[in-house]
Design a protein around this ligand. Structure first.
Ligand code: NAP
Length: 307
């Protein structure tokens, strides 16, 4: 029986690993088979993580998180959790690789997943011109015309990054102001390869087997237009990954895992949650890391109490 199992390997999960390992709790961290490291593995330059004044690449930061967690004895398993039973005093965690683990506490750090536009053909064209990851796919759009959808920090970051490859980047946003932070907006607005298309949403994806363009709809007057494109990058936010536990722990109205006050305590004793899966507001690497620390301390206190 484990003292602690951590599910998730973003900044929250690895920080929970660092703290619980240093507390001598020999944590098992189940990191996913293909997405270990979480969303930062798909990002480029991270400029706002304190301690790195000249910035560093997202994957580099996550490698450092992992190395630090492992240094103190966190066991990292590259597998996917497919089922859990967290309701009893002994928590059961099953993986896609066929293993079943038992633990006294579980820390949920499952993060958030990219949001889709919900249009017909979106899945079919994914990987064939439609992408959610500029870092992964940008290289394929050298000297091409592409569009980025969204008005948040992710859309600004992706649009700027993609100008390294593409000859033209349309930045399409449904309103007439961006949600992104000022510095990120200013960078996108100053980039000569980026053309902002305000008050516009995607009505339809075009192309058979490969994206050829989109039909846009003006959100003010409803008018539509065809825009020929080689690539479309969707950066419209993300939703908390709660499917594993949604029938077991209490969720908020917005479907985040509900925690008690500033703690990481969920509605189930011995089950803690941290990072983007509990956070509808801040969702930064640094806030997720801080929240992972909270969860580790809460788990440690809980284990001391049950003893
Ligand atoms: P976000 O802040 O939630 O922004 C999502 C954007 O997509 C919004 O502008 C939203 O429009 C738009 N949108 C949502 N659904 C849409 C739809 N169906 N069709 C068209 N547009 C849609 O998400 P994010 O940009 O991914 O950022 C997530 C979090 O990560 C944020 O807290 C952000 O600060 C952080 N982040 C930080 C950095 C950085 O600091 N370097 C980089 C990336 C992300 P509305 O504006 O109309 O709501």
């Amino acid at each position: 029986m484990r003292e602690v199992i951590i599910i998730g390997s973003g900044p929250a999960g690895y920080t929970a690993g660092i703290y619980t390992a240093r507390a001598g709790l020999n944590p098992l961290l189940i990191a996913s088979s293909v997405e270990a490291g979480g969303e930062l593995m798909k990002t480029t330059e991270v400029e706002n993580y304190p301690g790195f004044p000249t910035g560093l690449q997202g994957p580099e930061l996550m490698d450092a998180f992992r190395a630090q967690a492992e240094r103190f004895g966190t066991e990292v398993l590259l597998d996917d959790v497919i089922e859990v039973d967290l309701t009893g005093a002994i928590k059961i965690v099953k993986t896609g690789g066929g293993q079943t683990f038992e633990a006294k506490t579980v820390i949920l750090a499952t993060g958030a997943a990219y949001r889709e536009l919900g249009l017909p053909k979106e899945k079919e064209l994914s990987g064939h011109g439609v992408s959610w990851c500029a870092t992964c796919d940008g290289f394929f759009f050298r000297e091409k015309t592409i569009a980025v959808i969204g008005g948040g920090d992710s859309a600004m970051e992706e649009a700027n990054f993609l100008t390294r490859f593409a000859s033209k980047v349309y930045l399409i946003h449904r309103r007439d102001t961006f949600k992104a932070s000022k510095i990120m907006q200013e960078r996108a607005l100053a980039n000569p390869k980026i053309e902002v298309v305000w008050n516009t949403e995607v009505a339809e994806l075009l192309g058979e087997g490969k994206l050829s363009g989109i039909i846009t709809r003006n959100t003010v007057d409803g008018s539509t237009k065809q825009l020929d494109l080689d690539g479309l990058f969707i950066a419209v936010g993300n939703d908390p990954r709660v499917w594993l536990v949604e029938n077991q722990v209490e969720l908020t109205a917005e479907k985040f895992i509900k925690v008690e006050g500033r703690s990481s305590k969920t509605s189930l004793p011995g089950v803690f949650a941290c990072g983007d899966v509990i956070d509808p507001t801040y969702r930064q690497a640094i806030t997720a890391a801080g929240s992972g620390c909270v969860a580790a301390l809460d788990a440690e206190h809980y284990l001391a109490d049950v003893k």
